[in-house]
Design a protein around this ligand. Structure first.
Ligand code: FE2
Ligand code: FE2
Length: 156
């Protein structure tokens, strides 16, 4: 875990929410490649997609969940469990690509998992982060948890 200063939660929420849409588009492109048997395009797209998705999960776990789980531990746990499933899915897909055994049905299942997870976050974690009135709470809680190097409160 890094001690990077907290991004503005509204900006962070908008950035992560639009990343959900981008990731889904990229994964849909990968599925299209699988369905038409275009292994080269799929391999090229996969590496960038997997890196972006892993960074997305890491960012949520670093910048949002430590505070959110103080308020809603059960939902935060659910989101972390989803992340573990998604990381396992990424590892499985990477092995399939390596072994040239990629199947459209498994790829489609993975997209469904991502879609379900994104919907859960958009309606809960991201909706909460979108509310600017939570900014002070986020900063205070992060300071209490020792997550920020720059813990001094300041006006958004
Ligand atoms: Fe997530
Ligand atoms: Fe997310």
């Amino acid at each position: 875990m890094t001690n990077a200063p907290l991004p503005n939660p509204v900006d962070l929420r908008e950035a992560l929410s639009s990343e959900h849409r981008e990731l889904e588009k990229k994964m849909q492109f990968i599925l299209d490649c699988v369905q038409r048997g275009d292994a080269e395009d799929m391999r090229e797209s996969w590496a960038a997609f997997a890196d972006t998705l892993r960074e997305h999960l890491d960012e949520e776990e670093r910048d949002m969940l430590p505070v959110f789980e103080q308020l809603n531990p059960a939902l935060a746990l659910h989101i972390r469990a989803d992340h573990a499933k998604i990381r396992a899915g990424l590892d499985e897909r990477a092995i399939e690509i390596e072994l040239h055994t990629v199947r459209a049905n498994k790829t489609a299942e993975f997209i469904a998992l991502l879609r379900e997870h994104a919907a859960r976050e958009d309606g809960t974690l991201y909706a909460w982060a979108k509310d600017p009135s939570n900014l002070g709470l986020v900063r205070r809680t992060r300071a209490r948890l020792g997550l920020d190097t720059d813990a001094a409160p300041h006006t958004p």
